[in-house]
Write a protein that binds this ligand. Structure first.
Ligand code: PEP
Length: 254
């Protein structure tokens, strides 16, 4: 079975004290993961190391700490940026790349994201690559072509072995932080389409790629969305900041 993943994206929220409390609460839940299940916490950069320290103390092996971003160059005069090598050196294992907020507010293009994927993979990080269409595109009915292009432009230069290390998150922008979730039918349709796009280039490898759904996932809708055959868990923003909500989302993994 493909990996089923509950990934928390804390974005730019919480003080250190709040972050530690939330992590403590979620790490303390009585959860015995199935072999194919994982939990990922994408925490703000200043909390990566404290979060890793806390996680190590629990001995949990199917829980991981992720960065929310990494830079596209190896090292050098890039004030304020964080490199994949730095993340690797402290024990971070995952990195979110191409979140729609980064594309919108920081001008990240498919081309830049292709470079970020390369450098993340070269440093052993698992990229959680986000794609998804804005409302205007959904209303025009051209979402499939839009999202396929994002995938083709940023991922299709990877070889088979590299692609296998990537997790994809489909996040329709109109559903992020809006309380408006895609229906499970809309999620399944897009996830199946994305898998077919991958299959055209990578054949059977497409069946091994986890595709998460993101966009107002919460305790009340997670089980229905995760039950879709091509949905392999979720990337969760707002609801991941509430321990009980995120616990229920973890328990909704199939
Ligand atoms: C996200 O930012 O990745 C996200 C899905 O946010 P939310 O769950 O709040 O819609």
């Amino acid at each position: 079975m493909r990996k089923q993943i509950a990934a928390a994206n804390w974005k730019m929220n919480l003080t250190l004290g709040q972050a530690e409390k939330l992590l403590d609460e979620v790490l303390a839940i009585d959860w015995t993961p199935k072999a194919h299940q994982e939990v990922v916490f994408a925490v703000p950069a200043p909390y990566l190391y404290p979060a890793l320290t806390k996680l190590r103390a629990t001995g949990r092996t199917q829980v991981h700490i992720s960065s929310q971003n990494a830079y596209s160059e190896k090292s050098g005069a890039y004030t304020g940026e964080t490199s994949a090598e730095m993340l690797q050196s402290i024990g971070v294992t995952h990195v979110i790349l191409g979140h729609s907020e980064r594309r919108e507010y920081f001008g990240e293009t498919d081309h830049v994201l292709a470079k970020k994927l390369d450098i993340a993979l070269a440093h052993g990080l698992t990229p959680i690559f986000c794609c998804g269409e804005p409302l205007t595109v959904r209303e025009a009915g051209t979402q499939n072509a839009f999202v396929a292009k994002q995938i083709e432009h940023s991922l299709f230069h990877l070889d088979d072995a590299q692609l296998r290390k990537v997790v994809i998150a489909y996040e329709p922008i109109w559903a992020i932080g809006t309380g408006k979730t895609a229906t499970s039918a809309q999620a399944q349709e897009m996830h199946a389409f994305l898998r077919s796009v991958l299959a055209k280039k990578y054949g059977a490898t497409a069946d091994h790629i986890s595709i998460l759904y993101g966009g107002s996932v919460k305790a009340a809708n997670a089980a229905e969305i995760f039950a879709c055959p091509d949905v392999d868990g979720g990337l969760v923003g707002g609801a991941s900041l509430i321990a009980k909500e995120f616990e229920a989302i973890i328990r909704a993994l199939k």
